[in-house]
Each structure stands twice: as C-alpha cells, then as structure tokens.
Design a protein around this ligand. Sequence first.
Ligand code: XIL
Length: 361
Amino acid sequence: MRSSTTTRTRTRTRSRLRLAGALAAVLVAAGVATGPVAQADERRGKEPTLADLAQRHGRYFGSATDNPELTDEPYKALLGSEFDQITPGNSMKWYATEPRQGVFDFSKGDEIVELARANHQKVRGHTLVWHSQLPGWLTSREWTASELRAVLKKHIQTVVRHYRGKIYAWDVVNEAFNEDGTYRETIFYRTLGPGYIADALRWAHQADPRAKLYLNDYNVEAIGPKSDAYHRLAKELKAQGVPLHGFGLQAHLALQYGYPATLEDNLRRFARLGLDTALTEVDVRMPLPATEEKLAQQADWYREMTEACLAVRRCVGITLWDYTDRYSWIPAVFPGEGAALPWDEDLRPKPAYFALREALK
Ligand code: XIL
C-alpha cells in the first residue's frame, strides 16, 4: 500500500517536473524570470503562511491542537505548515500529566512536543495550576496546607523539568481571578492563600530558568476589574522579584458580547510593567447559524485583535484555540454557538483567515 502510493507520488512528481521544465522554457522565451528564487518560492507553495507573515513582525502565529486530531492528515498538514507555534489543548493539564498521585504520564504531551520539533514550532505549555481538569485523587479529599504545597511543588517541578528546554512559555497559573477581580476560590486559594501564585512561579522557574512564565485568563482583554486585578498582582510580583515574564489573554470572544475596544491600551499597560503579553487562546464564537454578516464581523474582530497585538511591541504572538471549526471546543461547551475559528469544518479558509492575512501584511 505504502510503496505503491510512494511510486504513484514519484511518477506524479516526475511528470510534474517535466511539465514545469517545459513551462520554464516557455517563460524564458517570453523573458519571464524563472531563477532559483522564483522556483524556490513555487516549491514552498505560492503564498506566505500566517507564521511567515507574523515572523516579519517578530511575532509567532500559533494554534492549539489535541492528540486525537493528529490522525487527521489534512488537518495535521495545515497545522504543520501554517503555524510556527503550538499549544497542547489538553495533554499537559494536571489530569493528563499526573493521573495518579506521583505517577506521571508525559506520553501525550511528548507527542505534541515531538510534532512541534519536527515542524520547527515553539510550544506554549498549558497549564500547571488550574482549578479545572484536575485528577480525582486531588479533588476528592481534603489537604492540609503543607500537604497541598508539597503536592503542588512536586507536580510543577516534575512537569517543568521533564519539558525543560522544550517549552518556550508556560501558563503557570490559569484563571486565578473572578470577574470582579477577587481571587477565585479554588482548592489552591482556599488551602494555601494567594501566595500560591508566587510560589508556583518560583518553583517553575527553578525547574526551567529559561522558560517564560505566564499568568493566563479569559475576559481580561478589555481594561476592567478582572484585568485590573492582574495588573495589580503583576506589579506586586515584579516588585517582589518573583519570576513572572508574561500575561496571557485567552481572547475567547463572542460576537454577542461586543469587542474589547481597550485591548491595545490594556496590552500596553502590561508592557509598561516589563511583561510580555500574548493572545493565547483566540476564537470568536457566534450564535449559530453563521451568516455572511456574522462571518464578516468575526473577520473584523480577528483583524482588530491582530492589529492591537502588532501595535504593542511586547505582544509576542497570537495562538488560535485550534484553527478549524472541525475541532473547536465551543459547540460542546456553549450549546447553540460555534463557527469560531478562521477555517471551517471542511478546512476551507473563512473571511477571518483573509482578515488575519491582511492584518499581518
Ligand atoms: C478546553 C479544551 O479545548 C477542551 O478540549 C476541554 O474539554 C476543556 O478545555 N480555557 C483554557 C483551556 O484555558 O484549557 C480550555 O480548553 C478552554 C478555556
């Protein structure tokens, strides 16, 4: 099967090469350039990718992905060619990496890291401390503060050490605040108090001193109580010399809730604290069905978000929360909503994709 496919491919390639040769001869006769550069461009595929375009601005352009999707070859091909950064959508979360206490499983995370290596992509590690998708052994009993501190430290350090040198940036703490800017009452906050955040950052830094360490959350794109809480906390942590390097704005937007018009100013005020920022989980969902009008508005939002990031030097990159509606998390979690990503379920680019290209040009 494989060898006959290979043979077929070779035959096709050879006849294509012959065709290309004939075409080149015609073009040369017509005085059109067919030098090595033009040929290399042609071989690479005509258009620069989103990653190529972002790189011209010193940014990355990435996508989340998840292990089950990697058997989908057309999906995987685009993931490998269009993006220069990937984030594992689930496989580095606590339930996946430490399914039993002290028993670590890096198989799925390793698969993503290996894929990224093969495609020369950076990896954002997601996520070390979060109240969601925790293993049952952790949530189903009470812990004293000193027990939980030890559990948390061991988890962070074992995971970060395993991926040392392979992860560009870690979402160390995810979703620590409520909408009103108070601390979320997670198992970590309840048991350890707010100091768990500084501790987590210090432990992660010890385990991989070169990884960029981020706090990450949703509904923090605009200036408001929740992003204010991060701004305050980040300022304090920096003043205390805690290793914090970036602030991740998930940017799970929804057409029905309006565009966060203060995004650019918000990015700027974090930059002024000496932090990188990144749009880490971008999607723009809408009530279904998708209409031409909604898709056009969605495209505008993708364009505006990209322009906001490009306008702020320390906004280092943009990551889609997967790139195709085929694998979006939205329909499962927000019933009746979807169509949130720049490629549709058939992997066809939507208006949002062309808007991204324009913004990056
Ligand atoms: C989502 C994944 O995409 C889903 O597959 C999973 O079922 C639930 O989590 N904010 C985050 C991400 O930080 O980890 C979430 O990912 C989406 C919201």
